[in-house]
Design a binder for this molecule. Sequence first.
Ligand code: PGA
Length: 260
Amino acid sequence: MRLHVVPDRAAAGAVAAREIAREVRTHPDLVLGVATGSTPVTTWAALAACGLDLTRVRAFALDEYLDIPDGHPESYSAVVEREIVRPLGLDPARVRTPGDDGKDAGAPERYERDIAAAGGVHLQILGIGRNGHIAFNEPGSSLASPCRVTRLAAQTRRDNARFFASLDDVPTHCITQGIGTILRARRLVLLAFGAQKADAVAAALEGPVTSTVPGSALQLHPDVTVILDGEAAAGLAHSETVLAGGPIPFPAPRVASPSP
Ligand code: PGA
């Protein structure tokens, strides 16, 4: 796991955008896993500022509300279109959100199949919820879970109420990529900011791997980059070890000192 602790969201967005841009330069038809929410906003802004041609990039969103009217401005298909597709100049025909081909019982399985048919996600951008969720995999989700319909945790609904007129208007159900789906992406990039995320970040990165903290599944993945501001990193006890990253240099051989 590579850990970057940076001064603020703008710096974090620049690091994440650099990772994406590097991949796009070598794979112009990259399959990018996109996240919604506040966390990746600066990543999309920094990526847009790179001025790269992203028209061949394919994208799959992590999740979508189920019980939300079509075309609602806070549906994730609308958010993805407004905050990601248009500013980045993606081809809308190459961008998918769960259930965009019909929110019927077969939608999660089709989405899982379509990700696999695209060759799998190459690089997945992730945020983390205050309760440790990744995508809408709430505490208790199987670490092997597939795309599926599930219920939002009460805390997630309260956290997302800021996007709606009232708590009652926040959807209760969603289609989400599973933790198993996310773990199949070749690279994961997790971002988190602010003191309200510190406990979830510490539990996910340094606690036991458990379905109680869905983000802890990242410890099972071989290629994870974590980008935090200082507040979100504040609960990490072993950050120096993680920060060191990379192979530990082999110690130079000791020269036996002559016996006195
Ligand atoms: P946020 O949400 O980016 O709006 O903080 C992240 C999440 O809940 O996964």
